[in-house]
Design a protein around this ligand. Structure first.
Ligand code: ACM
Length: 548
């Protein structure tokens, strides 16, 4: 029997003699400290592999044991297979990672919903000792530009957890739709969750689809998503984007807008791109969002709550006498300082409720409370500055890990936008560049929490399109954020992917991008893209012909 080909690669894997044919009936001992890992154990062994599971006392002999040990760091695990399975960890997260490793060792059959034949499940003898490089291993899913029905979100959570990713950043609100039910303000979803049609292709396109689009999650849907994610070791970080990217909210409640009379005439936005409209900066607007956040905190258990703060043009604040007065009263040099101030006041509110704000890197500056974590998306620069200012940082640069951007040059990629991030590019992404490391080493600097891949959904209008954009690049990203930096090995990853991991994705029903390029039915020749590339001086240019 060969050595299992794991993705992401573990710290250490040792093949031992022998193997074990998994009996039909398994005695299972779970230490009470690890009982939160039981739902995943039952899903893997009881449902997917169809074994009868017989609970036995944690102290006794058993076929499958989850044993608690204080010896191992958070999320680390030890897995031994040799005539039984022994999993050791200091908490349920480590035990879940061990179960995910066991799932890969079993093979593709363990990625199907049910057993499909009576073939014996034979496990090789192994010892795996493993743990993550970063604590924050995230993926952003934009359910605002295109709504993803709840079952798609649950499936996506299970898939990212199988790759040992542990944060789902759920982008719940934007100009094009508001997707979270808020009891205090029902129009946010009655009005804000629906738009008349959608732009076809990039923000440059002049075509629209004449098809209404929308949807939202009820509070019970979100409770279910959060509870399911917990069983998979995934924390759902909700994002309520403000004070830009808020047209859907302003259409529902025009009084929120910096220019309310104009807002009363807007539709929920039907196009993509940078929106000029912004929220007002009055106490009434802040109070509205405090109430929204109180309901968000009721639903989500994440310590981090994202307040957005990206792409906020200030022209409407300049045109709004109240915002100008506010800036003057606060001794600001210009209305642009209202951005970190606005995010800071809501960060204060989160702090009083025991949570912490995170925001995109535009909000940095002296008016931003230091405990706000920063998502460095406009390259590494915002993250480096934020680290020096004492903020913790999640590294998520657009030109490295925006997975909605095309996976190859040329004319074949569906709706090609952004710069090319091939599978190998994503595999070679390094969150902690020398400059990031230098900034993080300065006295008083913040910490690099980890990294995050983004799936913006302007061009990803269905779970099938999300599958195509996400996989297998997300498997490469998972290895970047999980495996030791010195273990990075592109030929090795490529071999494991081709030899084992794509078979797992196939069994799970993932419509990933084939390594040779899209299947004919995955192309979108009718959809105009907006491919970008760098010239020889490193300047970003648009490749009009789509040839990249
Ligand atoms: C972003 O891509 N606007 C965060």
């Amino acid at each position: 029997m060969t050595v299992p080909e794991l993705v992401p690669a573990p710290i250490r894997l040792t093949r031992t003699d022998g193997g074990w044919s998994l009996p039909e009936r398994l005695s299972v001992a779970v230490d009470p400290a690890l009982s939160a890992a039981r739902p995943l154990l039952v899903d893997l062994l009881g449902v997917r592999l169809g074994r009868e599971l017989v609970p036995v006392a944690a102290a006794g002999a058993s076929d499958i044991a989850l044993r608690h040990t204080e010896e191992l760091a958070p999320e680390h695990y030890r897995l031994r297979v040799d005539g039984s399975v022994l999993i050791e960890s200091s908490g349920p997260d480590g035990a879940r990672h061990a179960l995910r490793t066991l799932q890969q060792i079993v093979g593709p059959a363990a990625f199907r919903a049910l057993p499909i034949r009576d073939a014996p499940v034979v496990l090789p003898g192994v010892v795996v000792e493993d743990g993550p490089r970063f604590g924050h291993r995230g993926v952003l899913l934009d359910v605002a530009r295109h709504f993803m029905p709840k079952d798609g979100v649950l499936r996506f959570i299970d898939l990212i957890s199988a790759h040992k990713l542990n944060v789902l950043h759920l982008h719940l609100t934007d100009d094009q739709g508001w997707r979270i039910q808020i009891r205090a303000y029902p129009r946010l979803t009655e009005v804000g969750a629906w738009r008349a049609e959608s732009q076809i292709g990039s923000s440059r396109s002049s075509r629209y689809d004449a098809t209404p689009h929308g949807g939202f999650y009820t509070q019970d849907d979100l409770r279910e998503i959060v509870a399911f994610a917990r069983t998979r070791g995934v924390t759902v970080v909700p994002e309520i984007d403000m004070p830009g990217h808020s047209q859907a909210a302003m259409v529902a409640y025009p009084e929120l807008a910096a220019l309310p009379e104009q807002a009363a005439t807007w539709p929920v936005w039907t196009r993509w791109g940078l929106n000029p409209h912004v929220l007002g900066t009055s106490d009434r607007v802040l109070d509205f969002y405090r109430t929204v956040l109180d309901e968000v905190l009721d639903l989500f258990d994440s310590p981090l709550i994202c307040l957005g703060g990206d792409e906020v043009p200030v022209d409407e604040w300049t045109a709004d006498p109240d915002s100008v007065r506010r800036a003057e009263e606060l001794g600001m040099t210009g209305v642009e300082e209202l951005l970190p101030w606005f995010i800071g006041r809501l960060a204060d509110h989160l702090r009083t409720r025991g949570r912490r704000a995170t925001a995109w890197d535009e909000v940095g500056g002296s008016r931003l409370p230091t405990d706000v974590a920063i998502n460095s998306w406009r390259g590494y620069r915002g993250g480096i500055d934020a680290l020096r200012d004492g903020h913790d940082v999640v590294v998520c640069p657009e030109h490295e890990v925006y997975l909605d951007h095309r996976a190859a040059p040329g004319l074949d990629e569906p709706a090609p936008v952004g710069t090319v991030h091939t599978l190998e590019d994503v595999y070679r992404f390094e969150p902690v560049t020398d400059q990031v490391a230098e900034a993080a080493a300065e006295p008083g600097a913040g910490t690099v929490l980890g990294a995050q891949a983004q799936l913006w959904s302007e061009q990803l209008d269905s779970p099938r399109r999300v599958d195509y954009a996400a996989f297998p690049r997300l498997a490469a990203f998972a290895e970047v954020v999980w495996s030791p930096r010195e273990a990075r090995d592109w030929p090795g990853f490529d071999r494991r992917l081709r030899g084992a991991h794509l078979d797992r994705l196939d069994a799970a029903g993932v419509e990933y991008r084939p390594l040779a390029g899209p299947h004919p039915w995955q192309r979108r020749p009718d959809v105009p893209g907006w491919p970008l590339r760098f010239d020889e001086l490193g300047r970003l240019v648009h490749a009009e012909d789509g040839a990249g």
